[in-house]
Design a protein around this ligand. Structure first.
Ligand code: PEP
Ligand code: MN
Length: 338
């Protein structure tokens, strides 16, 4: 930890800051400059220390050298983590693909989409049974019936099921069926939900909130990891910016940046990230080139009549083509995809 004292901080303020550091079990090392004094503190940082020091008279700035997200950080876990569930693998040179409709709509739709996903060699099947919709008047999902249809689609194909859980009390219900619990962007900072999802022991797909910083995303992941559940996949799904040519702005630099900071595998979601079907393929390819460990793609056999997000859904022939292209980009980078 580095403590920068104010210009003209008194000796008494300096001594007091040193005493406070020792009380927290740290050793202060003074660097006395012509204008100001800086203190480097060594030892194990405790929670509350930074805030306590920032409140001191004479202290201008306190900087922690260690990441605040201990368990998610590369500092605590040097090797990249791999999350594996059924045949879906994210990380370790493999790019896991989860595809499916935005919402589970009907038995026929779910089974058809599941067989399509399976036929192109993808390993994860998505479909929202509980839908977080901006308007309370929009389709809210088939709920438990939707979960049953997902279970049937898995039975028929063996694909790993990814579906969203929107509230802590729904975790036991959704966990009975799903292979991966998806925490949606709107719920990234719903801390009781993060803890409940972590405690289920199931892998958790954590989507970045559209206004959340990367540090906030990693601290949200920390809530899951702190329960002892190490199976967390981070998902970049686009953020809010001034741009209005896409639904969200998909910042692909997030992917290599997250790999510099964290051992957790990173998924890219170009469907929500662009909100435009024509942009999904190019951004999926770019995400792979940027190092994504997994992809989420929304597909629909009849986007015009989709109950949600039809505008960003790939039709079956386009999906097949996008998968072929993505596989070629992955192969060029010595990675496998599916
Ligand atoms: C979804 O995956 O359908 C979804 C609602 O995503 P997000 O939480 O990223 O908006
Ligand atoms: Mn959607």
């Amino acid at each position: 930890m580095i403590i920068v004292m104010k210009l003209g901080a008194t000796d008494a303020a300096l001594r007091h800051a040193e005493d406070r550091l020792r009380e927290f079990g740290l050793t202060p090392h003074l660097i006395v400059g012509a204008e100001r004094t800086i203190m480097a503190a060594t030892g194990k940082e405790k929670s509350g220390l930074q805030a306590a020091l920032e409140a001191l008279e004479g202290v201008e700035k306190v900087m922690s050298v260690l990441a605040p997200y201990k368990l998610a950080s590369l500092e605590s876990h040097r090797e990249p983590s791999v999350v594996k569930v059924r045949d879906f693998v994210a990380g370790g040179g493999h790019i896991g693909v989860v595809a499916g409709p935005c919402s589970v709509e009907s038995r026929q739709q779910m089974l058809e989409m599941a067989h399509l996903v399976k036929s192109v060699g993808a390993t994860g099947l998505r479909g929202g049974a509980y839908k977080p919709r901006t308007s309370p008047y929009s389709f809210q999902g088939l709920k438990e019936k939707g979960l049953e249809l997902l279970a049937e689609a898995r039975e028929a194909t063996g694909l790993a099921i990814f579906t969203e859980v929107m509230a802590p009390e729904l975790v036991p219900i959704v966990a009975r069926v799903t292979d991966v619990l998806q925490i949606g962007a709107r719920n990234m900072q719903n801390y009781p939900l993060l803890e409940a999802a972590g405690e289920s022991g199931l892998p958790v797909l954590l989507k970045r909130g559209p206004s959340a910083t990367i540090e906030e995303l990693l601290l949200a992941a920390e809530y899951v990891l702190k329960t002892g559940n190490e199976k967390v996949i981070l998902c970049e799904r686009g953020i809010r910016t001034f741009e209005d040519h896409t639904r969200f702005t998909l910042p692909l630099a997030t992917i290599p940046y997250l790999h510099e900071k964290s051992h957790l595998p990173v998924m890219a979601d170009p469907s929500h990230g662009t909100g435009k079907a024509t942009l999904v393929g190019p951004m999926a390819r770019a995400a792979i080139a940027a190092g994504a460990d997994a992809l989420m793609l929304e597909i629909h056999d009849d986007p015009e009549h989709a109950m949600s997000d039809g505008f960003q859904a790939l039709t079956p022939p386009v999906f097949v083509h996008v998968m072929q292209e993505c596989r070629r980009v992955a192969a060029a980078l010595d990675r496998t995809l599916g």
